[in-house]
Design a protein around this ligand. Structure first.
Ligand code: MRU
Length: 368
């Protein structure tokens, strides 16, 4: 994606030093555009944990590069199989809900022959991590292409009046490698000159919508309006939303979707108001081994301080302030489950499918 005149993706290998993985520091956006260097497995773990990098496909890519950096930590005394297996286990333990992390780490580990000479082992792991980045970019580009048709058909019905799209959290290019998932159809519609407008949920408690989605859409010139998370239902009742498009961190073989906390409530409101509700994601976010999302998907529990405090920009710096009595007890689930019955369809790189086991296993029979 272009920032100013320079093209960026959310993660890349440093041009001048192949021992450095560079990422956009998403904790500093939208107030500061800064990149961060990752030089070790620990750096990657911290960057995922403190959400310098976040979003399912990007967390996966970061984990993949983490294995590459682990190969650079090997010396003549290292038991290679042990070292890399420990690094893989450690990285996969960082955040539990997004399936892409374990998928990507396993993808790189499965591509390795531990008996290879060290230089070849590193090259092979880097090649696998770069493959994942190219794959996810292509997946998102195709999601954009398929999702665009949904926006075009609504635009035709609205005779050119703006298509109002509601989105939750940030499922944009920052959360992927490029294009985004929920945002890819939006960018392609904008490129085609289709009048659109995006309702951006602030997405408490970490405000990925207010900070990251608003920033992305602003950079691209897409009209958007920031709303409080709880305002979406009212807008839907008053026919101010034509379609809801969100991302996914883990989708079951039956079509249940785990995504940022609050997504389920948006799906309920959309269902109650007969508004199409789509989840856009690459097939790398499917977990075909499970069928009941509410019972089988592990929901990340994060620091309660993310709820009792809020961070923003003031006096030239990013600051965190308390928003409740000092001794307030808070609970912070990072994700929730939207059951398949509330989902109109899934926008994937292979096309749009119903959120049913039959449709999913038919469309992805090669991956199951
Ligand atoms: O906690 P986050 O910011 O990693 O949560 C991100 C989301 O829930 C996204 O919607 C999801 O990962 C899809 S990103 C394309």
């Amino acid at each position: 994606m272009k920032i100013g005149n320079k093209s960026y993706q959310s993660i890349w290998i440093d041009e001048s030093d192949p021992a450095i993985i560079r990422v956009i520091d998403q904790q500093r956006l939208p107030f500061f555009f800064e990149t961060k260097e990752l030089r070790s497995v620990d750096d990657v773990f911290s960057a995922i944990d403190d959400m310098t990098v976040r979003g399912a496909p990007l967390i996966g890519a970061a984990g993949a590069f983490g294995i590459y950096l682990a190969t650079l930590e090997i010396n003549s005394h290292t038991d290679i199989r042990d070292h890399l297996s420990n690094a893989a286990r450690y990285l996969k333990s960082c955040r539990p809900t997004a399936v892409n992390l374990s998928w990507a780490v396993n993808y790189v580990m499965d591509s390795l022959d531990f008996d290879l000479p060290l230089k070849l082992l590193s090259e092979r792991s880097l090649a696998a991590a770069n493959e994942i980045c190219e794959m996810e970019k292509e997946n998102c580009r195709r999601i954009g292409y398929h999702g665009l048709k949904l926006i075009e058909s609504i635009s035709e019905k609205k005779k050119g009046e703006p298509v109002n799209i509601l989105t939750h959290c940030n499922a944009g290019w920052l959360a992927c490698i490029d294009y985004g998932t929920a945002t890819a159809p939006i960018y392609f519609a904008h490129d085609k000159g289709i009048p659109i407008h995006v309702w951006v949920d602030e997405t408490r408690p970490r405000n990925q919508g207010a900070k990251l989605t608003a920033w992305e859409l602003g950079q691209y010139g897409v009209p958007y309006t920031l709303i409080a998370d709880n305002a979406g239902g009212h807008l839907m009742q008053h026919k101010m939303v034509d379609i809801v498009i969100v991302g996914s961190d883990r989708t079951t073989r039956t079509g249940d979707v785990a995504n940022k906390t609050g997504t389920y409530l948006k799906a309920l409101a959309a269902f109650d108001n007969n508004i199409p509700f789509y989840s856009a994601f690459p097939s790398t976010s499917f977990d075909f081994s499970i069928s009941n999302g509410a019972e089988e998907i592990v929901i990340e529990k994060r620091d309660p301080e993310e709820v009792t405090r809020i961070s923003g920009f003031s006096d030239g710096r990013i600051q965190s302030v308390l928003i409740c009595p000092e001794d307030t007890v808070a609970l912070n689930f990072g994700f929730d489950i939207t059951p398949a019955r509330l989902i109109t369809g899934l926008i994937t790189e292979k096309g749009i499918c119903w959120a049913t086991e039959k449709d999913i296993t038919e469309m992805f029979s090669d991956k199951i």
